[in-house]
Design a protein around this ligand. Structure first.
Ligand code: JUQ
Length: 145
């Protein structure tokens, strides 16, 4: 059973570590710019780091849910590989946003593209499950017959 989820588990741990790293970056920036909670405004250099962390956190639950769904209903290896691409893109997004607002754009488009692929394969995988489970219709068997 663990064989079907170990790659997804590895990507999940990596993703949580990345989130922790982003959070630490905000703490360091708060110290460097002297901005204590609950304040969230300050110089643009601080606000870009803060927004990069908040925006990345916002998409993390969606990413995790769709990563596991794609891995369980479609293909674990494919989902885990796409998950790694997504986490790399998020890292580039964070580093780009730290530099300037425009440098975050290319990684966003890339990570959004990867997320759409994960959503698509999840939908395919779960549709296939519904068709075969409730209607006895196995599309994969039909295609290869
Ligand atoms: C919402 C729900 C599901 C999305 C792609 C795929 C699925 C994104 C839009 C970001 C940011 C950062 C910033 C990773 C609709 C065309 C989605 C989804 C969105 N899209 N934005 C933005 C906030 O700095 O501006 O991280 N990420 C996305 O996906 C694109 C969507």
């Amino acid at each position: 059973m663990l064989d079907q989820i170990h790659l997804l588990a590895a990507v999940t741990v990596l993703g949580v570590m990345e989130q922790a790293y982003f959070f630490l970056q905000v703490i360091y920036a708060r110290r460097a710019f002297g901005i204590s909670p609950p304040k969230i405004s300050g110089p643009p250099e601080f606000e870009r780091i803060f927004r990069a962390q908040v925006n990345s956190s916002e998409y993390f639950p969606i990413f995790l849910a769709i990563l596991w769904q794609a891995g369980l209903f479609f293909h674990q290896g494919v989902a885990a590989a796409l998950g790694l691409f997504y986490l790399c893109a998020r890292y580039c997004y964070f580093m780009g946003y730290k530099t300037s607002a425009s440098e975050r754009l290319a990684p966003i488009y890339f990570s959004a593209g990867v997320l759409w692929i994960l959503v698509t394969v999840s939908a395919l995988g779960v549709s296939h499950f519904f068709l075969s489970h409730y209607m006895g219709l196995n599309i994969l068997q039909l295609l290869t017959a």
